[in-house]
Design a protein around this ligand. Structure first.
Ligand SMILES: [Zn+2]
Ligand SMILES: [Zn+2]
Length: 340
């Protein structure tokens, strides 16, 4: 099959002919129809990242595809032609986290985000059958590939332990921040503000569910309080950059909760006293559970969440390496997808 292969940090992905993955026991081989390009993919292939995939890895974890071959033990519930989105984790299938639908915490899981399992920047990918969700017939391939990022939003809101009527501040207007806005709105937040350093996503943030967009400058706390009548009870950090723990501490209401949903790959310095005096709770969040992933599919299929305003077109496999490099500096595009 043809795939975009990570060879070395600082070099573009390379289009190569590689062996098509074999679906192992409990796995399904899918023809990838769409795979979203994620900021995490850009960060971890960056020369300055503290984590790079192994040379030869095929990354890409926001995919939807069609079953073309079935591994041992999957015939009862799957057949060729089934359309699915899959959690990008292949767990052992029998430990407690795997059985609970939480394969990100399986000690032996291979994951597509890290490139340990063959990911979606390719014509084919092998996925875990127990961690796959069938796509409703009305769902487009693009909507199918949005199940993963929407599931990230559901998980972050779950980790926020949000009550109906909460005042919520989201830092970062990338797809994660916007997915959190959409899910928080559905969850009954009273005030949702998305804040970022530039206003290029201001309209999109409101379209996705925010009450307002605000520039993340020194006036942010003041501006938030003016709109919401007080400080945010919940701050969801979706920028994944150093300095966010301090920023959130300064902005959050006393006894508030800070959800760290951005994946920061650099050392963070943090002055604890501000958080101490407010008795803040910091909660880190990664990915989603199988149940949250299935819920994301249902919310999109049921038209409760429309992710398509975030969609910024597709690229072919041959176009991917150049577009991937462009996206490191092109801050305008929100979600570009590969059609391999
Ligand atoms: Zn992602
Ligand atoms: Zn396991």
């Amino acid at each position: 099959m043809r795939a975009a292969v990570f060879e070395q940090a600082g070099r573009p992905l390379a289009i190569r002919d590689v062996p098509t993955p074999e679906p192992g026991p409990g796995e399904l081989l899918i023809r990838v129809h769409r795979c979203g390009i994620c900021g995490t993919d850009l960060h971890m292939t960056d020369a300055h990242s503290c984590f790079n995939p192994a040379s030869g890895a095929i990354i890409g974890h926001e995919f939807a595809g069609e079953v073309v071959a079935l591994g041992e033990g999957t015939h009862g519930s799957w057949k060729e032609g089934d359309r699915l989105a899959a959690l990008p984790y292949i767990g052992c299938g029998h430990c407690l986290p795997c059985l609970a639908g939480d394969p990100t915490q399986c000690a032996t899981a291979r994951s597509q985000p890290s490139g340990e399992a063959s990911g979606g920047y390719a014509e084919y990918s092998a996925v875990s059958a127990m961690n796959s969700v069938k796509l409703s017939s009305g769902l487009s391939w693009e909507e199918g590939a949005f199940v993963e990022p929407i599931a990230v939003g559901i998980h972050a809101v779950a980790k926020a332990a949000m009550h109906v009527g909460a005042k919520l501040l989201i830092i970062g207007a990338g797809p994660v921040g916007l997915a959190v806005a959409a899910c928080a709105k559905l969850g009954g937040a009273q005030t949702i503000v998305v804040a970022a350093r530039t206003d290029r996503r201001a309209d999109l943030a409101v379209t996705m569910g925010a009450d307002a967009f605000m520039i993340a400058d020194e006036k942010l706390g003041e501006n938030f309080a003016r709109l919401a009548g007080g400080a945010p009870e919940i701050v969801v950090e979706c920028a994944g950059a150093p300095g966010m723990m301090d920023l959130a501490a300064g902005l959050a209401a006393p006894r508030g909760r800070v959800v760290m949903a951005g994946a920061c790959l650099q050392t963070e310095t943090f002055l604890p006293i501000v958080a101490t005096m407010k008795e803040l709770t910091y909660q880190f969040a990664v990915c989603y559970t199988r149940q949250e992933f299935a819920l994301a599919e249902k919310l999109i299929a049921g038209r409760r969440i429309d992710p398509m305003p975030m969609f910024d077109g597709t690229v072919s496999l041959d176009e991917l390496p150049a577009r991937f490099e462009e996206l490191r500096t092109d801050k305008q595009a929100c979600k570009v997808m590969l059609t391999p």
